[in-house]
Ligand binder design. Structure first.
Ligand code: 4NP
Length: 150
């Protein structure tokens, strides 16, 4: 059985597509499935934000084929690990869980780097390109840790 990992942010166009692409590039596809979703519905079916596609490409990562999906409660059963980008995503996802096993699957992704400090991956949507590079660097480090552990 493959281990299934889901990356979650708000829009599923900026942060979680980068997290998905990065982790996928560090795990073998024989044993792992990595996807992403947003708690919001606005970008379902859409490609990632062009600024995320661009920063990924600058680091030799192609995320352009990804398409947006909205998080829904049935995904708790489909995935083994659910990594959220910030505390607001955490609240929104946890609210949809209906048992402790489901709640235990949900982790703030930067807990990998700063355990129990509740550090968010900042939403770069309304900012400039530097914000996307910062997000890329944080997620690169966090996904390396996750890939080494899984
Ligand atoms: P993301 O960023 O959660 O990192 O994908 C956002 C993208 C779009 C919106 C919000 C956050 N939006 O409101 O459309």
């Amino acid at each position: 059985m493959k281990t299934k990992i889901l990356m979650v942010c708000l829009g599923n166009i900026c942060r979680s597509p980068l997290a998905e692409g990065l982790l996928k590039s560090k795990l073998d596809t024989e044993n792992f499935i990595v996807d992403s979703a947003g708690t919001g519905h606005w970008h379902v079916g859409n490609p990632p934000d062009p600024r995320s596609v661009k920063v990924a490409k600058a680091h030799n990562l192609d995320i352009s084929a990804q398409r947006g999906m909205q998080f829904k409660p049935s995904l708790f059963e489909q995935y083994d690990h659910i990594f959220v980008m910030d505390q607001s995503n955490y609240t929104n996802v946890i609210r949809m869980a209906d048992n402790q096993e489901q709640r235990d699957k949900v982790k703030l992704i930067l807990d990998e780097l700063f355990p129990a400090e509740q550090v968010d991956v900042p939403d770069p949507y309304t900012g400039g390109e530097q914000g996307f590079e910062n997000v890329y660097q944080m997620l690169d480090e966090a996904t390396t840790k996750i890939a080494n552990r899984l």
